[in-house]
Design a protein around this ligand. Structure first.
Ligand SMILES: [Mg+2]
Length: 229
């Protein structure tokens, strides 16, 4: 299972995260996001893609981003560490905590992540919400691995295979992406994985109809997983 974070496991937990990205742009490229950056779409996109769009609006050339990408990733992580709330447990999506407690010890399932968040930011967030324990370090596909979310399920399957499948990439047909946006659905389709959408983020159920299953929230997820197999 490849869980998305924002809008799926955690709701409205992205304020400090957005502030950290802006602080990192300021630190690394000495730019202020122009007013027009408010129109940049964030839901379901990677941190790198969002940062690149803001820089383009601020007049920074794309190759400048490539040159200092690692500095940006590091700066955004340390700003997030400074700005994040100590406790994000009040942002947990309905039923997320109980669901993960059941899945973490389940012999049939393996929990991993596909998120546009930078890897360390994702782990800090989940830790502050008390739900980091099902997610092994080094597993998942993150916004720090690629700008393009469509690349992330495949990256996560390769890593899962190293831990749980004798070094062979975990098969796409035994993989389910769980997310809250059409981009989560698209990345699963691009990888040949299954996808369950939850309408707990900015999109209503009818906007997520391309998923294999659409749920109001995570309560019925296990039943949905059974229906896919
Ligand atoms: Mg999301």
């Amino acid at each position: 299972m490849l869980f998305d974070i924002d809008g799926t496991l955690l709701l409205k937990g992205a304020d400090a995260h957005a502030a950290a990205v802006v602080a990192a742009l300021r630190e690394v490229w000495e730019v202020e996001p122009p007013q027009s950056a408010r129109g940049i779409e964030a839901a379901g996109r990677t941190d790198q893609a969002i940062a690149r769009d803001i820089l383009a609006l601020a007049g920074v050339e794309a190759e400048q981003f490539e040159l200092r990408r690692d500095d940006f990733l590091q700066a955004a992580t340390s700003h997030y560490e400074r700005l994040m709330p100590d406790d994000l447990s009040d942002r947990l999506a309905p039923h997320a905590s109980d669901l993960l407690a059941r899945l973490a010890g389940h012999e049939r399932y393996r929990c991993s992540l596909v998120t546009g968040n930078i890897q360390q930011v994702a782990r800090l967030k989940l830790g502050a919400a008390g739900i980091l324990y099902p997610f092994a370090e080094g597993q998942g596909g993150f916004g720090s691995d690629s700008d393009d979310r469509n690349d992330l399920p495949g990256i996560a399957r390769v890593r899962a295979g190293q831990l749980w499948n004798g070094g062979e990439a975990w098969p796409a047909e035994r993989t389910v992406v769980i997310g809250d946006t059409p981009r989560d659905i698209a990345c699963a389709r691009a990888d040949g994985a299954h996808v369950v959408a939850v309408a707990t983020g900015p999109f209503a159920a009818d906007e997520l109809a391309e998923a294999d299953v659409v749920l109001a929230d995570l309560r019925e997820l296990e039943a949905a997983l059974e229906s896919l197999s």
